[in-house]
Design a protein. Structure first.
Length: 206
């Protein structure tokens, strides 16, 4: 579903948000993607007002939180003034290549309520997969069409769309969090290094 960047800007400027992060989502994340250790690094794409990114710091991650709506990033900073383990980044993950992402890659990439709005899901997910460190996971949290009223169908994925999304990954586990699908995808990084080819060209890249 296409939503213009300006509409997201306005949504956050008007003080609105989205479905709050639920206990079941928190539990599933703690259980299935705990931080691997002190240096665990996560990326949240489309972070909105930042609650999930801050929750990830409680699991032990340092987090890069990206959203292309300035008003979302401004609200996230204001809402979480003490979140010193989150780096708030304003950027478009589909078009700013590369957004100022961590050159060493990520142990976890999370997209919550975002994937249905991406123009080219497959290529964004592939690009994010290339940024995974060995053993890392991409987690997609999304409404599903079966539980979404027809007039809001565009905010959700149907079973075919979920199958296509999960297809390239070696392991795709699916959980339910109060009618949101939580997909934990592993094993699609073609190089296994956790960094893109471009990163490896850069001084200090791995
Ligand atoms: C439905 S909101 C969900 C926000 C947040 N994840 C949550 O759960 O509350 C979708 C978010 O994705 C962001 N977004 C959509 N496309 C994006 C893109 N290409 N790059 C960065 N952010 C994007 C929007 O600005 C918006 O904040």
């Amino acid at each position: 579903m296409y939503v213009a960047r300006a509409e997201w800007e306005e949504h956050y400027s008007d003080g609105k948000g989205f479905r709050r992060l639920g206990d079941k989502e928190r539990r599933l994340l703690s259980e299935h993607v705990p931080a691997p250790g002190d240096g665990g690094r996560a990326l949240e794409v489309g972070c909105g007002t930042g609650d999930l990114s801050v929750f990830l710091t409680s699991l032990g991650y340092g987090v890069d939180a990206v959203d292309y709506a300035d008003s979302a990033i401004a609200r996230a900073r204001e809402r979480h003034p003490d979140a010193d383990r989150v780096r708030w980044i304003c950027g478009d993950v589909e078009r700013d290549d590369p957004v100022d992402l961590h050159p060493g890659g990520y142990d976890l990439v999370v997209l919550r309520l975002v994937v249905p709005f991406l123009t080219d899901r497959t290529s964004v997910l592939r690009g994010l997969g290339e940024r995974l460190r060995p053993g890392g996971a991409v987690v997609v949290i999304t409404p599903v069409a079966a539980h979404t009223p027809p007039e809001r169908r565009g905010i959700a994925l149907d079973e075919d769309e979920i199958r296509v999304l999960a297809g390239p990954w070696e392991q795709a586990d699916r959980f339910d969090a109060d009618q949101l699908a939580v997909l934990v995808l592993r094993g699609a990084c073609p190089t296994g290094t956790g960094a893109t080819a471009a990163d490896r060209q850069r001084p200090g890249g791995r």
